[in-house]
Design a protein around this ligand. Structure first.
Ligand SMILES: Nc1nc2c(ncn2[C@@H]2O[C@H](COP(=O)(O)OP(=O)(O)OP(=O)(O)O)[C@@H](O)[C@H]2O)c(=O)[nH]1
Ligand SMILES: C=C(OP(=O)(O)O)C(=O)O
Length: 212
């Protein structure tokens, strides 16, 4: 089964505000872009993924992510993360009716294509399914079969909302790279330990990451 991924990305100057202690205003946009580049590159390289749509209004990110093979969808609702995801899924399905779609965060710099394949293979067993993030409070991936609406409910504590929505929580081990989103300095440290992609490795090389 082949998936279309929908990846949301805020304008870079507003992204990753919880990393302000680690990366100042001059550095943080480039770091957020690097996370998205490594996420998109791994998604595009995943054999279970037929195409990747990035919902963003950021011009630079749009150019850079298109160069990696993503389709760029303007965030025309301009009403936040879940509206952007629902819009991205609708645009994808207008072009490819019945496409299986999965929302994936743009801040997974350690993402490995083989682990993403395992998660998508598991998700394909259910009408809707999700993967909890490394903190076990949020969500990094929400998947919907071709005949189901995505119904995204990302944001603080989204794990419990996605569970309450009837989506099946995927109980997989060995998929840490798909769970490891980066919101804080501790998350960045964990991602670097897992092994990040080349964009994030370069962008984080000069950072002093506060200790635990
Ligand atoms: N297109 C779009 N993407 C969004 C929007 N809000 C958040 N995102 C993306 O959704 C994912 C999770 O977002 P958040 O955790 O809310 O924001 P963040 O920039 O990652 O981090 P913080 O600023 O620390 O909250 C990231 O990939 C964001 O870039 C939005 O309004 N539109
Ligand atoms: C939006 C989410 O992620 P974050 O941890 O980046 O806020 C979420 O977990 O639903």
């Amino acid at each position: 089964m082949q998936w279309t991924l929908v990846i949301p990305l805020k304008p870079l100057t507003r992204a990753k505000s919880r990393l302000a202690d680690t990366a100042d205003d001059g550095v943080r946009p480039g770091l957020a872009l690097a996370f998205a580049q490594d996420t998109v590159a791994a998604a595009v390289a995943c054999p279970a993924v037929s195409d990747v749509a990035v919902v963003t209004d950021d011009e630079l990110a749009g150019r850079e992510l298109a160069a990696l093979g993503a389709r760029i969808v303007p965030d025309s609702p301009g009403s936040g993360l879940n509206a952007a995801l629902a819009h991205g899924a609708a645009v994808v399905r207008a072009m490819r009716p019945g496409a299986a779609v999965a929302a994936l965060n743009a801040d997974l710099p350690a993402l490995r294509p083989a682990e993403l394949s395992r998660v998508l293979a598991a998700a394909s067993q259910f009408p809707r399914a999700f993967l909890a993030d490394a903190a076990a409070l949020g969500t990094t991936l929400l998947a919907a079969a071709g005949d189901r609406e995505l119904r995204p409910a990302f944001g603080v504590d989204s794990r419990s909302r996605h569970r309450a929505s009837g989506a099946v929580e995927l109980a997989l081990t060995g998929v840490d790279s798909v769970r490891q989103d980066v919101d804080t300095a501790a998350d960045l440290r964990a991602a670097l330990t897992l092994g990040v992609g080349p964009h994030t490795a370069a962008a984080s090389a000069g950072l002093l990451i506060p200790g635990p």
